[in-house]
Design a binder for this molecule. Structure first.
Ligand code: P6P
Length: 357
């Protein structure tokens, strides 16, 4: 009734993180400041994605007419120099990357940034450095924008190793060293899912307040699911264990019902559904791409961190995903993640292959 429309015990993400932080008296609030800048980036991208002009399908990528004081020198008919306000066109993923980089650098809490959009790691100027490193994909799945499919930002946070100046090894740590990870999904609503190492919580942006409100406390993934999520178009290139596992999903040998296939092709959307409903999301290796497609630092690690925190697990085909030690900042890895029991099955098939039978 009326009273429900105005809940007064609003748990915003800022309050939530401050509560978390109070459990670590030694922390000086740096993490909360870092997170508030990530949240700012997500709010900006959410606003931009919602405004993006959906072009007819013949356009390659949605662009975002980013109106700003772009004073361009141009010549009028008499050849006289003139200034006019212009519209600067930027692809949404480029714009999103710029927003996150600027927000993270200006937070004064980061030393190294790794973005899917930048070939090289970004070393923050010394006067503005802090103790965290952030790895992120500012707009994962952006090729889906033109048809309105949900896309998202994915991020992971490391602490620089103590006692030395920031160096590239600080962002080549295994995923299990991450302090926090999360994603923000831009869809029918804007949902930010976060873990700081003690469970997973989901927050939904209330546009009227401009605040992320706790809507999914303590997310736990069902122990076993009824959904498998993979691009079946790659089936001809799969290796034995993957092919056998998918076959079992479709033609179970133990009398259980076949699993449903749900594949959106946008990692944030597929993982969000897997986290909430259970099941398994897989992007396996195949003959064309022996390391699979998804990137270790800012796709595999953050999503695996969340999945484990929610009671699920994540496997590369060889080892626990979070145990992987990356050698390059953009390297890829196969991934099998989701409900604990479902991933156990694929692990058993790879173990059996390892024993040669
Ligand atoms: P495919 C999007 O391009 C992306 O990076 C992920 O978001 C998504 O899970 C995957 O690639 C989809 O790849 O080969 O199935 O189109």
């Amino acid at each position: 009734h009326e009273a429900d429309a105005f809940r007064t015990d609003l748990m915003t993400i800022t309050r939530f993180v401050l509560n978390e932080q109070s459990k670590h008296p030694e922390s000086r609030g740096d993490f909360s400041i870092l997170l508030s800048n990530i949240v700012l980036g997500c709010k900006f991208v959410c606003s931009a994605v919602n405004k993006v002009i959906l072009f007819p399908p013949n356009q390659l990528h949605s662009v975002f007419f980013y109106k700003r004081q772009v004073w361009q020198n141009s010549l009028d008919l008499q050849g006289r120099r003139m200034c006019r306000q212009g519209e600067e066109q930027k692809k949404l993923d480029v714009l999103s990357n710029e927003v996150f980089v600027k927000a993270l650098v200006s937070s004064g809490r980061t030393s190294i940034l790794v973005s899917e959009e930048d070939e090289e790691a970004i070393f923050v100027e010394k006067s503005k450095r802090g103790k965290y490193c952030v790895v992120f994909d500012p707009l994962d799945g952006s090729s889906n924008i033109d048809c309105g499919v949900s896309i998202g930002t994915i991020f992971g946070i490391y602490m620089i190793k103590d006692g030395h100046d920031a160096c590239i090894e600080d962002v080549l740590q295994p995923g299990k060293e991450m302090l926090a990870a999360g994603y923000c999904m831009y869809g029918s609503s804007c949902t930010l899912v976060l873990s700081t190492g003690s469970g997973v919580n989901g927050f939904t942006l209330d546009p009227s307040l401009g605040e992320f409100i706790l809507t999914h406390p303590d997310i736990k993934t069902p122990k076993k699911g009824k959904i498998y999520s993979v691009n079946e178009g790659n089936a001809k290139n799969w290796d034995g264990p993957t092919a056998k596992y998918v076959e079992r999903c479709k033609y179970p040998t133990d009398g259980s019902p076949a699993k449903s296939l749900r594949y959106i092709g946008s990692m944030v959307a597929d993982v969000h559904r897997t986290l909430l409903y259970g099941g398994i999301f897989l992007y396996p290796a195949d003959k064309k791409s022996p390391d699979g497609k998804l990137r270790v630092l800012y796709e595999v690690f953050p999503m695996s961190f969340l999945m484990e925190q929610a009671g699920g697990q994540s496997f590369t085909g060889k080892e626990r995903s979070l145990d992987l030690v990356p050698k390059k900042i953009h390297e890829r890895s196969p991934i099998f993640m989701g409900s604990y029991d479902d991933v156990e099955e694929i692990k058993a098939l790879y173990a059996a292959e390892g024993k040669g039978n």
